[in-house]
Write a protein that binds this ligand. Structure first.
Ligand code: F3S
Length: 78
């Protein structure tokens, strides 16, 4: 029998690419905020909650600067 390890996905904004279009925040304020300069920040710690994966993927697809990425990995608590 093999262990069923749930897949975990992490969200990242590359701030040097972000130009403040704010689409990410409009799509999913549960995952993003913007600072006073309009630069996006990820506001969750840890992996993306499963119920927000669709919105996270939509944010990636809608950032004109390709500043947002989703990577698969292991939680550092594992
Ligand atoms: Fe920046 Fe892209 Fe969001 S440019 S504010 S990460 S939509």
């Amino acid at each position: 029998m093999t262990a069923n390890i749930p897949r975990q996905f992490f969200l990242k904004v590359e701030e040097s690419k972000c130009q403040g279009h704010n689409r990410c925040y409009l799509i999913c304020p549960e995952l993003f905020d913007v600072d006073e300069y309009g630069t996006a920040k990820v506001i969750i710690t840890g992996s993306i909650p499963i119920h927000l994966m669709g919105k996270a993927e939509l944010a990636v697809q809608n950032c004109p600067e390709l500043a947002i990425s989703i990577t698969e990995g292991l939680d550092s608590n594992d």
